[in-house]
Design a protein around this ligand. Structure first.
Ligand code: SAH
Ligand code: SF4
Ligand code: F3S
Length: 443
């Protein structure tokens, strides 16, 4: 199955959607590397283009087709160019993609991309290849032969995939399948490999990462137990995880936020709505009050923790009163950051059958919610001025002579570059809060 030509073939991957897709794209590039492909930065040079897609909202899914349309000229000019669609649109729409865009040669779902080498071979013979199974083998084990090249100081590491929650609006349980946790030994091995390659901060990923239950040494491992084991890896300086569901914030995980030195004071904990009526219809299985009590317990363990969230506005039958309840919840939490979306009806989900909120009304709510969140995020950033905090430096800043990194709270921080290298973790005194980043000086 090895490639005989001496000139490496060129692969271009474009990634949409969540961090799990970013992680998957890296793995796909590695799998294709074994087939003699090197990654390039533009579709114009490529022999193969892979779109790693997202199905979460209609706009995200439709973008794939407009993007494919733009590749038509490239394919006309270079008939040997292969085009593949991976990720959640591939899983959700399968053959439909090839029907709508006949120039697509390959469709591969998020659970089968370890089979890419065989699929690419098939495509090379001029056939079409489609694989959207949910196989039993562990794709990450099949992809074990990792490169050893140096990496950036921060990395993602997928520990859990899929979702059993079935929120009424969401496609993820259908595109990613049931919840599966990777065994802790494999995760720890991968983490050690990353650290050997220069990684200082690892973000553990899962659609419901805090529902992690890995079968490991001594039985069932919780996410907290996994974090404590990662805490012992020399050279690893920071641990983060995302995305969590409120109902899976277990006591040991809350305690870890107070006690585990390398676990960063940042928690992305989506609530979607502050109205009990809407939460019930969303099938979120908790109330607004329960969420607020949970935030209180987390802050009791780690008072300075920065809370981030996700919100959907204009969920079917959301009234003004429901929306006001959401604003009240936001006021009670004081978010350091949040992502907010207008509800998008997704085929096959329970909410897709329900009456929609007026589009203009939904847009208005989104603007009001975002204004409140921006005000809170601004306040949290301003509150950093004068404080001494940890910053992990990653790359040169936008301005000459600066280095840029991320604070413990995940804010971008710019500092005069003298004596700082990528991968350095230093204490910084914050002197200024700009519109999108903080500035400071080494302590
Ligand atoms: N597993 C995570 C979220 C994954 S999807 C969780 O449970 O929190 C990321 C975000 O996209 C969600 O938190 C939600 O805010 C948003 N989202 C998901 N489906 C959506 C839809 N149909 N319309 C609008 N936003 C949606
Ligand atoms: Fe989607 Fe809900 Fe699962 Fe999150 S918990 S991935 S929003 S179904
Ligand atoms: Fe999108 Fe799939 Fe992630 S639908 S948000 S890429 S899990």
């Amino acid at each position: 199955m090895t490639d005989q030509s001496t000139d490496p073939k060129k692969l271009f991957i474009r990634t949409y959607g969540c961090q799990m897709n970013v992680y998957d794209s890296e793995r796909m590039a590695e799998a294709m590397g074994g087939q003699g492909y090197v990654e390039v930065g533009s579709p114009d040079e490529a022999d193969m283009i892979l779109l790693n897609t997202c199905h979460i909202r209609e706009k995200a899914a439709e973008k794939v087709y407009s993007e494919l349309g733009r590749f038509k000229d490239l394919k006309d000019a270079k008939p040997d160019l292969k085009i593949g669609v991976a990720g959640c649109v591939a899983q959700a729409e399968g053959e439909e993609i090839m029907r709508r865009q006949p120039m697509v040669d390959l469709v591969v779902g998020p659970q089968t991309y370890h089979r890419l080498p065989e699929m690419v071979e098939k495509v090379g013979r001029g056939e079409k290849a489609l694989d959207t199974d949910f196989p039993l083998e562990d794709k990450f084990e099949v992809l074990k032969n990792r490169p050893t090249a140096k990496r950036a100081p921060t990395a993602f590491l997928t520990v859990q995939e899929g979702c059993d929650k079935f929120c009424a609006f969401c496609v993820v349980p259908y595109t990613r399948g049931a919840e599966v946790s990777r065994p802790p030994e494999r995760i720890l091995r991968e983490a050690r490999e990353l650290v050997e390659r220069g990684v200082r901060e690892i973000t553990l990923l899962g659609q419901n990462v805090n529902a992690y239950h890995g079968a490991g040494d001594g039985g069932d491992w919780s996410l907290a137990r996994l974090i404590w084991a990662l805490n012992d890896i020399d050279g690893l300086e920071r641990i983060r995880f995302t995305t969590s569901h409120p109902n899976d914030m277990s006591d040991d995980l809350i305690a870890a936020h107070g006690e585990c030195a390398k676990l960063m004071p940042y928690l992305h904990l989506p609530v979607q709505s502050g109205s009990d009526r809407i939460l019930k219809r969303m099938n979120r299985k908790h109330t607004a009050e329960e969420y607020l009590r949970l935030i209180e317990r987390i802050r009791a363990a780690r008072p300075d923790i920065l809370i981030s969230g996700d919100f959907i506005v204009g969920f079917p039958e959301e009234t003004d009163r429901d929306f006001e309840d959401t604003l009240d919840l936001i006021r009670a939490v004081n978010y350091g950051q949040a992502f907010s979306f207008k509800y998008s009806s997704r085929p096959g989900t329970p909410a897709a059958e329900r009456p929609l909120v007026d589009e203009a009304e939904a847009s208005d709510r989104l603007h009001r919610l975002q204004a409140l969140i921006n005000e809170q995020a601004r306040g949290v950033m301003d509150g950093m001025v004068g404080r001494e905090i940890g910053v992990l430096f990653e790359k040169p800043g936008r301005m000459e002579g600066q280095m840029a990194g991320k604070s413990d709270y995940l804010h971008a921080v710019h500092v005069k570059a003298e004596g700082i290298a990528p991968g350095d973790l230093r204490r910084v005194r914050i002197t200024e809060a700009g519109p999108n980043s903080l500035a400071g000086a080494l302590v």
